[in-house]
Design a protein around this ligand. Sequence first.
Ligand code: HEM
Length: 413
Amino acid sequence: MASAQPGFDPHTPVNMNAQAFHDHKYLWYEWLREEAPVCTGKISVMKVNLVSRYEDCRMILSDPRFLRNRGRARGKGTRPLPFPLPRSIAALAKSMILEDDPEHRRLRSLVNKGFSPRVVAKLSGQVSGLADQLLDQLGSQKGSFDLLSAYARPIPMRVIAGMVGVTGREAEQFGEVMQTVTQGLTGLKMVRTLFWDLRRAQRFVRDLIANKRKARGDDILSELIEAEEAGESLSEDELVAMVFLLIIGGFETTLHLITNGALVMTQHPDQLAELRADPSHWGSAVEEIVRYRGPIHGTKLLYPIEEVTLQGVKIARGTPCLPILGAANHDPRAFEDPGTFDMKRSPNHHLGFGFGPHFCLGRQLALMEARVALEKLFTRYPNLRVDESGGPPQVANMPGWHRHLSLPVFLEA
Ligand code: HEM
């Protein structure tokens, strides 16, 4: 039983920011699933209902009684978040990830076709060339270097820059701004992030849009600008929020999937050897990486429109609920031997890309990028090893995420 582990002391409310939670994340997940499948938790100063079993997570992500927009769920206005955003960044709350149908469907349909299998297939050649180019440069490294910043970061950054239609340099600068934002939104730096970093990031996006208005191209941003200028399907604030969502959604997530995947593969040399012998398993290996150590462990909050009883616990109308995807993906009710990484796992209906109407729009793109990046990396450098001279790779203490601060490696051909 999880609670028998030394140093693990379960209690409620579960403080997801606490070091003790972070240090024993998977034990907490197990304890929650088995002992308190719906319970009160804390993220920063906010109390939330934590939901940790697979079936319950799927249910609240797809049941129409659970909304994204808090104001609508409570029958009080349309403000999506539990706290007012400063006016300067209020536009960011106009994001489809915080909206429900029909607004959500209207916004999603504007960008949907940019993620079609045809588009993803076309991009795979570009990702392959980029991975080769980066590995050529990295091959001359003496000693160890950080795989996260030198390899896992530039791939999704350039892909999303190309798709959205911003220059590589603009996307790089935006990536730096966004890193501060995502790291700052979960901890004590929240106020600084809300009042400073997010403002800076939003200004950045507004500048990108202004530049693009002057020089349109064959990209998602140009299409969105046309829709906004036609004035029927998209407001300017929604445009800003959409660009923001696409860049964050497409970049931070995928970079950590590639990094987590590289680490997982070095920890499973037998399966890596099998992949080398038969690369056709890379597709299912990457799916399993998303289940086993996916970068996203929680969705945006959901709010019930009426009192809902789940696992015998009453969830009051309008109170925030957090499906813990990281816990659901290790639920033995849904996965045989969930603590084992099995690259051939089938079926593998994990929730690493969410579920229901907000199911990840970029899933195919992310899977393709990670597959190409990891296959290239381990084909060129089959003996790649993690440099643990400074201790094991550190996982960032960020509830809702599973991401490393860095991944020092030696490339050994
Ligand atoms: C490893 C990579 C990725 C992971 C693990 C991931 C995960 C997720 C998850 C869990 C959700 C649901 C969030 C929720 O319900 O609140 C989501 C939604 C979303 N993802 Fe991803 N994602 C990844 C890559 C991408 C990429 C590459 C893009 C686009 C370029 C993208 C765009 C989006 C968008 C736009 C949504 C919101 C969809 C909506 O509200 O209808 N994601 N993603």
